[in-house]
Write a protein that binds this ligand. Structure first.
Ligand code: DGY
Length: 334
């Protein structure tokens, strides 16, 4: 039986590639090129599987061009690069990498919150510019308190809950959360968090943090009106997805000091950024790296590989995000 052919769409760890090569005929991407739609379709045309990342859009047009494709294993917990309906309609399985990145991403979310509140990058730039001429004891880079303040988390999945635990247990914060569904009482108690409506949360939180998945309903969930509800001393941290925040409205609010600061790891249209964000001293900006530790990125790659191997060899993916097709897709399937 011929081995399934798979495409690894971006550069990943050598040991994961070698492991995949023991199971599949693998086409890798050693140059780490980003293949836009038509090029991706060309590379995928004869493949049954793909290890994908956020830069590969899997939509109806691509699926039509690649009729052999059976599974796309995303090396991310988010999967807004998948058109899940189109994949389900064609029986193409999509998988993601939950759990393995939860704590690492929560660490980074908290790091961003601290950086925005305590003006970390702004003060570091000042120092590097050689402007620290005399010690300041009055208001030099005086920021917002974190310990004992109120944290408002929108999106209370695994990562939101891990951030809540850090806030409540590590920093003695009062934690409010907003989510599509309220958590069970036991989970609320573990996180030390209280459910609140979105408006109540925005009005009362000293630090608002976004950890919800992107969806059409979440597009511009935080825009000018929502920013206007926040305290002028508050910070906003986005580790969720670009497009959930209206970046132009946020840049205006930051410039006019309608909120104190923001920390953003994700952007509308990334890797492009709204140009006004770049000029703002009260914006902490990082290039979508919340899950980027070597250990976690390795675990994400391994889980994506596990999904491909389980799908083709046991007929079932481990962490599907699309409905499983009824037929088996074991190694016999072309
Ligand atoms: C994810 O896994 O969805 C992250 O955003 C990628 O770093």
């Amino acid at each position: 039986m011929p081995r399934p052919k798979i495409l690894v769409a971006r550069t990943i760890f050598t040991e994961t590639l070698e492991r995949l090569a023991r199971h599949f005929d693998v086409q890798a991407n050693p140059d780490d090129a980003i293949w836009p739609g038509a090029a991706l379709a060309r590379h995928l045309q004869d493949k049954q599987g793909a290890l994908t990342t956020g830069t590969e859009r899997i939509d109806a047009a691509l699926l039509t061009a690649c009729p052999r494709l059976k599974i796309c294993a995303n090396m991310m917990v988010g999967y807004n690069n998948f058109d899940v309906q189109a994949m389900a309609a064609r029986g193409v399985v999509g998988t993601n990498t939950p759990d393995v990145l939860t704590e690492t991403t929560a660490d980074f979310g908290f790091a961003l919150l601290l950086a925005a509140a305590r003006r970390l990058t702004e003060s570091e730039r000042f120092l590097r510019r050689g402007e620290w001429i005399k010690p300041g004891y009055y208001r030099m880079f005086a920021g917002a308190e974190v310990h004992g303040s109120t944290l408002g988390i929108i999106g209370m999945g695994r990562i939101g809950q891990a951030i809540a635990r850090r806030g409540a247990q590590g920093f003695g914060m009062k934690v409010l959360y907003h989510n599509r569904a309220r958590l069970a009482a036991a989970a609320e108690a573990t996180c030390g968090a209280r459910y609140a409506g979105q408006e109540e949360l925005l009005r009362n939180a000293d630090h608002v943090l976004l950890a919800l998945p992107y969806s059409a309903q979440a597009h511009h969930l935080i825009g000018a009106a929502e920013l206007a509800l926040m305290k002028p001393t508050a910070t906003l941290t986005n580790i969720a997805r670009g497009g959930i925040v209206d970046d132009a409205a946020l840049a205006r609010a930051l410039r006019e000091h309608r909120i104190a600061a923001a920390a953003l790891d994700v952007f509308e249209g990334e890797p492009a950024l709204h140009p006004n964000l770049l000029t703002l001293p009260n914006a902490v900006l990082t290039p979508h790296i919340a899950s980027a530790t070597v250990t976690t990125r390795r675990a994400m790659a391994e889980l994506a590989a596990d999904n491909l191997i389980a799908f083709f060899e046991q007929g079932r993916a481990l962490t599907p995000v699309t409905p499983e097709p009824q037929t088996s897709h074991g190694s016999q399937t072309p």
